[in-house]
Design a protein around this ligand. Structure first.
Ligand SMILES: Cc1cc2nc3c(=O)[nH]c(=O)nc-3n(C[C@H](O)[C@H](O)[C@H](O)COP(=O)(O)OP(=O)(O)OC[C@H]3O[C@@H](n4cnc5c(N)ncnc54)[C@H](O)[C@@H]3O)c2cc1C
Length: 275
């Protein structure tokens, strides 16, 4: 779509070139959302494409994902064998309702900054205990746990002009066992519920991440496998019946039902013998 309120495109080669941030500016990543609907409040796009941030850097410490990494690049990443949870990466890329065009243009950072309940890159980085590096305009970089980034449907912690620079996924999380369950009303539709569980291979713990069914990610941590009843109670404590996200992709009651159902399946799968 032509954005006919936009009159300027800036293409900095370093984020520091953008010292002043004013209303009307918007960071441009893949543009798949920015160009998908009118942006009457935007007059200047600031393109992230020329910043030259590395897409992916794997090390013993884990995986650094640059905010401008394309979803297609992440999909093609070949993880080390000992990262048992790495199949989550492709599964989460597959969970985006995306045409070929979106798939190739959309960035990981753009998906996280959109902060939609069905943002599958959010599901991924929260479940894998990521840490986000944020670059405020004119201030020192700050780091926050990925689970704290999204604050509601299409809202997040970013301050005026602040950039998401990268997400670090620690190898301790990548080496865990993982199980996921996802449902959408139509085959390639937006997720109605997307749950991921991880568990340390030598312990019977459980970290359960609930996304898409709720406006923001909800994470439940258990030091040992809970009983089915304890799991359900823990979900109820964190998500009241009116705390589910109702939209055209599913009613709150439907999403609540899926949450219980998938949480129990994940609990049982991770409590079972290692495949
Ligand atoms: C048909 C269709 C289907 C879609 N399906 C889904 C879906 O299933 N789930 C979903 O979550 N989204 C979906 N989207 C929305 C969007 O396409 C995706 O969220 C995509 O991943 C956004 O990434 P992008 O790089 O294109 O972001 P852009 O469109 O470039 O930017 C999105 C927003 O994030 C800001 N931004 C981007 N990068 C940064 C950064 N590094 N730091 C700070 N701010 C930044 C931009 O200023 C803008 O406000 C869909 C869109 C369309 C058109």
């Amino acid at each position: 779509m032509n954005l006919n309120t936009v009159t300027a495109l800036r293409q900095p080669s370093s984020a520091a070139e953008i010292r002043e941030w004013r209303d009307g500016y918007a960071w441009l990543a893949g543009g798949t959302w920015l160009f998908s609907e009118p942006q009457p409040a935007t007059d200047t796009l600031v393109d992230l494409d020329h910043l030259g941030w590395p897409a992916l850097e794997a090390s013993l410490a884990g995986l650094e994902i640059g905010a401008t990494c394309r979803i297609t690049e992440l999909y093609r990443f070949e993880p080390p064998r000992e990262w048992l949870a790495a199949p989550l990466i492709r599964a989460c890329c597959d969970a985006l309702l995306a045409s070929f065009k979106i798939w190739n243009a959309a960035t990981v950072g753009g998906n996280i900054c959109m902060s939609l309940p069905a943002g599958a890159m959010i599901s991924l980085v929260v479940a894998l205990e990521g840490r986000c590096t944020l670059w405020p305009r004119g201030g020192a970089p700050r780091e926050i746990p990925a689970v704290e980034f999204v604050t509601g449907n299409h809202t997040n912690v970013l301050c005026h002009g602040e950039l998401l620079r990268e997400v670090h996924l620690p190898s301790s999380a990548l080496m865990k066992r993982a199980a996921l369950r996802r449902a959408s009303l139509t085959k390639l539709g937006r997720s109605a519920a997307f749950l991921i569980g991880t568990s340390h291979p030598a312990r019977q713990d459980l970290l359960l991440t609930i996304t898409a069914a709720t406006p923001l990610p909800v994470q439940l941590r258990f030091t040992e496998t809970p009983s089915a009843e304890a799991l359900r109670q823990a979900i109820d404590v964190r998500i009241p019946a009116d705390g589910y996200f109702a939209d055209v992709h599913g009613s709150a009651a439907y999403k609540r039902h899926l949450t219980y159902h998938f949480a129990e399946q994940i609990r049982a799968e991770l409590a079972g013998p290692q495949a």
